[in-house]
Design a protein around this ligand. Sequence first.
Ligand code: 9UX
Length: 72
Amino acid sequence: PVANARLTVSGMTCGKCSARVEAALLATPGVQSATVTRTSGEAITLYDPSKISPEALAAAVTEAGYPATPEA
Ligand code: 9UX
């Protein structure tokens, strides 16, 4: 199964930030792809909903240093 999660990510001020957020998502079990847009402060992730939730995805990004919340 695949689902799409959209996260609002704060604190990304340079290109390395977005690379770190992308790496944090890709290192999270259940994540299949991650597209991070620094300018809009968003991350879009394809993930397996049997393995992880949007809330847990946001928590992984937050732990990487960029406070994140799932968008509705
Ligand atoms: Mo750039 Mo982001 O030097 O945490 S990596 S501001």
